[in-house]
Design a protein. Structure first.
Length: 447
């Protein structure tokens, strides 16, 4: 068996600041700037594309030219008909659980009475149209269909479209299980297009093929992330998703084979996926290293996993105690954070920065990827310090409706005029003053 050469970072005895920890912790280096330059010609092509242009892009980048960019409804229905019954049941159970969790994320309309006769109502209104991206590179992700579609449906988005790369083994249409999952969710607007060109199609729209959208969500490779960055402003985005990552904070009570299996499960995604163990136990660290060597050799995607675990983005981090470990994982802000410690309640209460937190040995990341009910589209690259995972809220806009009657207006008008003049914006004040003046004229009070 080839040993897995995961590096060790020793932080024991070092009381560092958050930013100092971040400099020492492993992370993949992504050259999004170069990717942005590389995709610029693609974005330009799509901005003035016809369907034949999009089909040509599929041939160039995916090695297959789809018959049509929009997947026919009968092809989607056929995929559901061919779906393995056991897989169908598993997908339906995942959909049920994700719906249950996300239904509780809905926000309610709230009216605040500021003064008698003056009130502000805050409403949550869904965006008009969304484009959901479902990857199809090293693996296919029907689970990502569920994670994107369900919260959008609960938010009551009127128009939902999905894009996923064309596949050589499906006549240029997206993966059959992805199409079947779309059918299970009642989505029939699906496009056979991937990468930066898919994001550009959603942003610009292509006449006779796909209307433009207001928001794009869903993970993808570096070129998808670069396209989202380049087109942000023309469209809203959920985030620039980077390589997947898991951090495990574990003490001596953790079971090494389970910790190793969880690290491997995320390394399976990509050669630049990150797997980080943070522990005060040198015994556990050594056992996990041994288990990694044993388990990686026996798993299907061993070469990919070995590359990810030996890369600069992965490590075993030794800390003095769990208290320091908490500081380390809060600084790292992992997409997925597992806590495999004795005092779960106390430790979990101190976690501030993570995309999702998995508590105890029976709540592994794999559960969250499919059937926990939580969403698996999560902030990566340390963005969990300031950003949230995909949710119903992603698809809603907060809009205030302001209603003041004459009395409430008159009581505050002089204050507004005073503040407007203090900012050297006299026309703002005049918009108030003209109303006060009109109220003094007979017959104008009720207009």
């Amino acid at each position: 068996m080839l040993p897995v050469e995961i590096r060790t970072i020793d932080l024991r005895g070092k009381a560092l600041t958050k930013s100092e920890y971040q400099k020492k912790l492993p992370r993949a280096v992504l050259d999004v700037a170069s990717a942005t330059a590389a995709i610029a010609p693609i974005l330009d092509r799509v901005s003035k594309a016809t369907e034949s242009d999009l089909i040509q892009l599929g041939k160039e980048f995916d090695g297959i030219a789809p018959i049509s960019i929009r997947v026919p409804k009968d092809v989607i229905a056929s995929a559901l008909g061919e779906l393995n019954p056991k897989v169908k049941l598993a997908l339906e159970e995942a959909i049920k659980r994700v719906r249950k969790v996300h239904a509780d994320q809905l926000r309610t309309e709230k009216t605040t009475v500021v003064v008698d006769g003056g009130e502000v109502t805050h409403k949550w209104i869904p965006v008009d149209r969304v484009g959901l991206y479902v990857p199809g590179g090293n693996a296919v992700y029907p689970s990502s269909v569920i994670m994107n579609v369900v919260p959008a449906q609960i938010a009551k988005v009127p128009s939902i479209a999905i894009a996923s790369p064309p596949q050589k083994n499906n006549n240029g249409y997206p993966n059959k299980t992805i199409l079947a999952t779309c059918a299970l969710l009642g989505i029939d607007e699906v496009y056979a297009i991937g990468g930066a060109q898919a994001i550009a199609m959603f942003a610009y729209g292509v006449e006779g093929v796909c209307p433009s959208v207001d928001l794009v969500t869903g993970p993808g490779n570096i070129y998808v992330a670069a396209a989202k960055r380049a087109l942000r402003g023309k469209i809203a985005i959920d985030s620039e998703a980077g390589p997947t990552e898991v951090a495990v904070l574990a003490d001596e009570s953790a079971i090494a084979s389970e910790v190793a299996a969880d690290l491997i499960s995320q390394a399976e995604h990509d050669v630049i996926a990150a797997a980080v163990l943070v522990t005060p136990s040198t015994e556990l660290a050594a056992e996990v290293s041994r288990e990694l060597t044993k388990l990686v050799s026996a798993t299907k995607h061993s070469e990919r996993i070995r590359t990810a675990l030996s890369g600069e983005q992965s490590a075993i981090v030794l800390v003095s105690d769990i208290a320091q470990g908490i500081d380390v994982v809060n600084a790292y802000a992992a997409e997925h954070l597992e806590l495999q410690v004795k005092d779960l309640a106390n430790v979990s209460a101190q976690i501030r920065n993570a995309g999702a937190v998995f508590l105890g040995r029976f709540s592994p990341v794999s559960l969250g990827d499919y059937s926990a009910g939580s969403n698996h589209v999560l902030p990566t690259g340390g963005c969990a310090c300031h950003s949230s995972g995909l949710s119903v809220q992603t698809f809603l806009k907060g809009v205030s409706f302001i209603s003041y009657n004459q009395k409430a207006f008159s009581e505050i008008a002089e204050n507004v005029i005073l503040l407007a003049n203090s900012e050297d914006l006299p026309a703002h004040g005049e918009a108030m003053a003209v109303r006060l003046s009109n109220l003094k004229e007979p017959g104008n009070g009720t207009k």
